[in-house]
Design a protein. Structure first.
Length: 299
């Protein structure tokens, strides 16, 4: 009996130690994964804005994160925005479905904690009080240079041919597309998987808001001169002036479908169009509310 108890005790200790080791490893691995994802995302965002290791962003460039939530109180729904303020604090502003200002709540959270989903949600819930529930909707990064708004970065996710496609969009201050990056997808390799290629995703670059609103997909072959311009950054076969001239010619054209992957092409086009249209609509409402309520944001 004594031997059995000894064996049970040793096994218990061994399991506890193994669990501790595995738990510790998971914590560090998860932190490393989050860090790597953040670094990659930052690199993509800077690249879409035209910056690189050879052309780094100046110190005057700043990125301000705005988080959008859906707020429920019984049957009443409002849209809420967690906004950074010029003095370094945060405010949660709610707007009803007609676009009218509802309320403003100071949120006790630091900039470091605001990037953490759980910390952010808890701080917002505490600020708005009991009886209301919040659901995270999306995030926008407002880019400024010297305090002046210059661009927007929109992380997004939309249905693809197989599963979901994650993307990052960059828009200028007038909502013209500066660039598109496909972050994750599970489209078929060699077919829909080609959405990651420059000759497809760069077709969206330079398209103004009015063109994006009516953007469609065409199945005609991609013109060779246009393809060369779309891939110029990778191959270096064209000068910047020639590329800009060709891009100007095609800026109001529809998107040329990938060969054998029309559904994936339409999925990305519909996803991008939806992201831009919805963002432009919400931005106009938010900017009006900020001006009417004299809310001092850093952008």
């Amino acid at each position: 009996m004594k031997n059995i108890l000894t064996i049970i005790f040793r096994l218990t200790v061994a399991c506890l130690l193994a669990g501790l080791v595995m738990g510790t490893a998971f914590v560090f691995t998860n932190k490393a994964k989050k860090h790597n994802l953040h670094v990659n995302e930052q690199k993509v965002m800077l690249s879409l804005l035209g910056y690189s290791a050879k052309n780094p962003a100046p110190a005057s460039v700043a990125m301000h994160e705005v988080y959008r939530y859906i707020v429920s109180q019984g049957d009443v729904l409002t849209t809420g925005y967690l906004l950074p303020l010029r003095d370094g604090s945060f405010s949660f502003v709610t707007i009803d479905l007609t676009g009218a200002f509802v309320a403003r709540y100071p949120v006790a959270i630091s900039a470091e904690k605001a990037v953490e989903a759980d910390e952010r949600s808890q701080a917002i819930a505490a600020a708005i009080g009991a009886g209301k529930t919040i659901r995270y909707a999306d995030q926008t990064i407002v880019v400024t240079d010297g305090g002046k708004r210059t661009a927007y970065l929109l992380p997004g996710r939309f249905p693809g041919f197989k599963t979901f496609i994650s993307a990052m969009l960059a828009l200028d201050k007038n909502c013209t597309i500066l660039g598109l990056e496909i972050m994750e997808n599970e489209e078929d390799p060699g077919l829909g998987g080609e959405i990651v290629q420059d000759y497809f995703k760069n077709q969206f670059k330079g398209k103004p808001l009015d063109t994006v609103k009516k953007l469609e997909v065409v199945k005609t072959p991609l013109p060779e001169e246009y393809r060369k311009a779309l891939e110029a950054g990778k191959r270096g076969q064209m000068g910047a002036a020639e590329v800009a001239s060709i891009e100007e010619q095609y800026k109001d054209h529809d998107i040329y479908a990938l060969t054998g992957a029309t559904i994936s092409s339409r999925s990305v086009t519909s996803g991008v169009k939806g992201m831009v249209k919805k963002f432009a609509y919400r931005l106009a409402i938010l900017d009006r509310v900020l001006a009417e309520q004299h809310i001092a944001v850093p952008f």
